[in-house]
Design a protein around this ligand. Structure first.
Ligand code: LLP
Length: 463
């Protein structure tokens, strides 16, 4: 990402020594459609609207901080992924990005499948009526109880993550008198270009079974021999927030090589491959994500080509986008509180949330955008750091951004592209109350996850 020099002008810009910043945008009131949900726009009065409703009204009704999710955008993105991959492939939405019962119902209605990675996500999916056969169950350390529940429910696939788990799932399936469809997750040895915490295909890490040294081939051998398992394919997930398709291509190629080895050794062609999720989205105007149809074409072409070369029938492909579906569809609305101008250093704009509703900046050094949304302003741009209200100096929401210099306490600002891994990674740090998620569509707003209350906190604290 670019770290361009800062032009003279905006307050304090000359003393900034770290962080990401670019020149102030030509118009601070403009909303870059790359980072904002599709129905977001600024009306003639200067207020921003989503789904036709002004954010000022939303703040009055639902309070701040709050996540507002553009339901029609979410549904449109689901359809774009499903259409791009077509009937010959399967799209599994990765529930870890954000899951609620409403989301499960939208996925079901839009024809997507669902990837869950915990008992809690599985419960949410089943409770909201997702057919079990459309659910994939993931995780590097699924508990026996979770596996039992998944097998009992009849999930469409369990993605096996270790040698021990191959045995565990086989035993459980036999005990329950079932034959469980499974995939084996392999690590293909790709160094994905993303933050080290969210890269998952290099060998030194906790996920999957390495292709290297014949370990994945051995896992296939065992899964084919043990009763209670129906091995349907191979799974690879290389990481998250990735823009470069090269890693996916290497991954696809190596997985197809394994399919060819399996055919040579066992005389069977595994019918499916799953290439995981991980497609990047735009958090700032500098990011240029790919459209689902480009991704589908790139992945489809490489798998087809490699299979032809290996003399294999093309397997059914599945993918697991989480962030790319829900990420861009929501923004977090905050009220501005204290504004501190540290002369010669920096301007801190404090909001009524922070690392408890968005840990990504602190954890991954993630970049975000921000805009004044309750009104229009033609004041000079001011370079600021948006921080939360937690007792920690790492409590940063947006490292460096431009906001109008007449910004004042009580203004509403919004951080776009917070649909993925924000509410789902939210915490109660400092006994913060986790914000609600409000779905907005066609002039109507409804709470899909309510705001936590102090009673919720006290109820868990049993004295
Ligand atoms: N499939 C598997 C097996 C995964 O482990 C993940 C993400 C996905 C699919 C979905 O990846 P996506 O399309 O959403 O990138 N908390 C981090 C991201 C962790 C992702 C973990 N696995 C963040 O906030 O960036």
């Amino acid at each position: 990402m670019s770290r361009s020099a800062h032009p003279a002008g905006p307050r304090h810009a000359d003393v900034l020594t770290e962080g990401h910043y670019t020149a102030p945008p030509a118009d601070l009131n403009a909303l870059d459609e790359k980072v904002w949900a599709r129905t977001v726009s600024r009306n003639d009065d200067g207020a921003v609207t989503v789904g036709g409703i002004e954010v000022t009204r939303l703040a009055e009704e639902f309070g701040t901080p709050a996540y507002f999710l553009d339901e029609s955008d979410f549904r449109a993105r689901c359809r774009a992924w499903a259409d791009a991959f077509g009937p010959g492939a399967d799209v599994f939405y990765a529930g870890k990005a954000f899951l609620s019962r409403a989301v499960v119902r939208w996925l079901k209605e839009e024809g997507l499948n669902l990837d869950v990675c915990s008992g809690g996500e599985l419960t949410t999916a089943l409770d909201a009526g997702m057919p079990a056969e459309r659910i994939a169950f993931h995780g590097n350390n699924k508990t026996v109880a979770e596996i039992e529940r998944a097998v009992q429910a009849g999930v469409g696939r369990i993605v096996l993550d270790s040698f021990q788990e191959i045995v565990r799932v086989s035993h459980i399936a036999q005990r329950l008198g079932k034959r469980q469809r499974v995939q084996i997750r392999v690590t293909v040895g790709v160094e994905a270009h993303t933050h080290e915490f969210i890269a998952t295909a290099h060998e030194d890490q906790k996920f999957g079974i390495a292709l290297a040294g014949g370990q994945a081939a051995e896992a296939v051998r065992r899964a084919l021999t043990l009763d209670g398992l129906e091995l349907i394919g191979i799974h690879s997930h290389i990481g998250s927030q990735i823009f470069d398709m090269a890693g996916f291509e290497v991954s696809a190629r190596r997985v197809v090589q394994l399919l060819a080895e399996v055919r040579d050794e066992h005389g069977i062609e595994l019918p499916e491959i799953d290439l995981g999720g991980g497609l990047g989205i735009a958090y700032t105007s500098d990011d240029d994500p790919r459209e689902p149809h480009e991704i589908a074409k790139a992945l489809g072409d490489i798998v087809t080509r490699e299979c032809e070369a290996a003399g294999l029938a093309t397997p059914r492909i599945s993918v697991e986008p989480g962030r790319a579906i829900v990420g861009p569809t929501a923004f977090t609305l905050y009220e501005v509180g204290t504004i501190k101008h540290l002369e010669g250093l920096r301007t801190y704009v404090s909001v009524d949330g922070g690392m408890s509703d968005n840990i990504r900046t602190a954890l991954y050094d993630a970049e975000y955008s921000v805009a004044l949304v309750s009104r229009r302003s033609d004041a000079e741009p001011m370079l600021v750091r948006v921080v939360g209200k937690h007792c920690e100096s790492g409590d940063i929401v947006v490292k460096d951004a431009f906001l109008p210099s007449d910004l004042a306490p009580g203004d509403l600002i919004a951080v776009p592209a917070t649909g993925a891994y924000c509410r789902s990674m939210a915490s109660n740090y400092n006994h913060a109350l986790r914000p609600p998620v409000v779905a907005v569509r066609d002039g109507e707003a409804r709470v899909i996850v309510r705001r936590e209350t102090e009673e919720d906190l006290l109820r868990l604290d049993v004295g």
